[in-house]
Design a protein around this ligand. Sequence first.
Ligand code: HEM
Length: 128
Amino acid sequence: MIAYYPMLKHLHMTLAMVSLLLFIYRWSLALAGSGRLQQKWLKVLPHINDTLLLLFGVLLAVTLQMSPGQQPWLMAKLIALVLYIGLGVMALKRPGRNQKLIAGVAALAVFGYMVGAAMTKSAWSWLA
Ligand code: HEM
């Protein structure tokens, strides 16, 4: 498995960036009140991408023999993932534009936290 580590890591990081870009695009459409948000591919692709992101995250953890119970940063990342998904849904679906705006900014902050936690291997993320 360890032979696949570099590939798994690059795929994981690429999928994370695609997730971010797709979110920012959908959020901008939601803020603009655009009907293009309803396009079929925009409803399907983010789910496929985010499922693969999670899958490669799990595969990486298995490859490196890391578990959330032993690595607080990994546990923090999983909790943050639930927050990122919840805030992302709010940013796209809340009725008020201000609510969408605030939820979207919070989702971006949580995403930034997750990147920091992964890079520093600390639940303190960028503050470590
Ligand atoms: C939006 C979600 C996520 C983002 C933005 C993200 C981001 C990243 C980034 C940037 C790295 C590379 C860090 C480095 O420079 O070493 C990384 C590594 C990693 N991520 Fe994620 N990740 C996400 C979700 C997940 C999930 C859900 C899991 C676990 C189920 C996970 C597990 C891992 C593991 C185990 C590594 C390997 C660390 C290493 O190479 O030592 N990630 N992640």
